[in-house]
Design a protein around this ligand. Structure first.
Ligand code: KG4
Ligand code: ZN
Length: 351
């Protein structure tokens, strides 16, 4: 019954002049709720980070993450409405991340979204976290429209996508093992740097020299695929060897060298993909897009080739609900994503 009613409402939303979507993100260790207007304008985007809670465990503890999402979600909802200066009756639809991520964590957002959509009698939009990261760029750059090439670099994914339209893309290449964010986190861990590793590796790298050569050549040559497991293992072995020999470990130099090799790999494969697809527009998405060395290298290379570069604003690089609201809007515009109340969480979603 609910779903039948919503089909009608969803169709009408597609031509409504102003559409306000309340969106929810809880796939990992950030609980976030946003209100986004017409896919481009953030009316509010509140994030409750659990970083401090998980820091002492050196990584995200799924059960603890789920419990803290439950504690945060209702008050974030109120805050998001207050900051957006709208009442709940002005919400046109509810969008939620259904995957990829930690099942227990995702379920908190999904169940909250289902209850809310049912109570407000508005459509429920199921959004993939990956689509959300791409859409973060629509919030940062109002003029950005597909087609473009996208480098997706997060804790769970590393891939090059040929984004042909808001809801269509093809996979050009992806990692065959670790995601680059995961490699940053594991390198940080072996160096005793606290969670989350990526920003800490970047911080230490600023004082170091990229003087260590961890791997002799780029893996997966001649393809658009990545492999970061070899580089990660080389760093770990290097650190263990120094420690066993009682030799000093230069954390800044190791961070600088690892970051240099990892970002070179991302930049060269992505630029080659742009050349091969004759694309003049490049979008970077996901948590690792916060890395300033990656951004600088892309700025340099794209300038040489006359390619427009888009990177999300810093607060939109990592997980937030604003990006889910934007992706939800574009699903709705194409008549996609409408879900019934049987929606459940998925640990993985296809790229
Ligand atoms: O997109 P995201 O917030 O969550 C996932 O969907 O995975 O990405 C988190 C990842 C983590 O691996 C984190 O270490 C990495 O992004 N990250 C960074 C930086 N900021 C976050 N990696 C390198 N440099 C950064 N500044
Ligand atoms: Zn993410």
């Amino acid at each position: 019954m609910y779903y039948e009613r919503m089909k009608d409402k969803y169709e009408k939303l597609r031509t409504k002049e102003i559409v306000r979507i309340l969106s929810i993100e809880s796939s990992c260790d950030e609980t976030s709720i946003a209100v986004v207007e017409n896919g481009r304008k953030i009316l509010s985007n509140v994030v409750a980070s659990q970083i401090e809670i998980h820091k002492r465990f050196g990584g995200v503890v799924p059960e603890i993450a789920s419990r803290n999402h439950i504690l945060a979600v209702s008050s974030l909802y109120k805050q998001a409405l207050e900051l957006a200066k709208i009442s709940q009756n002005e919400i046109d639809a509810v969008a939620v991340t259904y995957g990829a991520g930690l099942i227990g964590a995702l379920l908190v957002g999904v169940n909250f979204a289902k209850s809310l959509a049912f109570a407000l009698d508005v459509p429920l939009i199921a959004v993939s976290h990956i689509k959300g990261h791409i859409a973060a760029n629509y919030l940062t750059s109002n003029t950005l429209v597909p087609p473009f090439v996208c480098l997706m670099v997060s804790g769970g994914h590393t891939a090059i996508l040929n984004v042909t339209d808001y809801n269509t893309h093809e996979l050009i290449g992806s990692t065959v093992d670790d995601a680059v964010g995961e490699a940053f986190d594991k390198v940080a861990r072996v160096l005793g740097l606290s969670y989350p590793g990526g920003p800490n590796v970047e911080k230490y790298a600023k004082d170091g020299k990229a003087s260590i050569n961890f791997i002799s050549h780029s893996p997966m040559q001649g393809t658009f695929n990545f492999s970061f497991s070899g580089l990660k293992t080389a760093v770990i072995n290097y650190v263990h060897k120094l420690t066993q020999n009682g030799e000093p470990v230069s954390v800044p130099d190791i961070c600088a060298s690892f970051q240099d090799e990892a970002t070179n790999e991302l930049v060269s494969k992505t630029i080659n993909a742009c050349k091969s697809l004759s694309t003049k527009k490049l979008v970077v998405a996901g948590g690792v897009s916060a890395n300033s060395m990656l951004k600088e290298k892309f700025e340099r290379e794209t300038k040489k080739l006359g390619i427009e570069l888009y990177v999300p604003g810093l607060e939109l690089c990592t997980d937030n609900a604003g990006m889910i609201g934007s992706a939800g809007y574009y699903l709705m515009k194409d008549g996609l994503g409408l879900s019934d109340l049987s929606l459940t969480a998925k640990a993985t979603v296809a790229l």
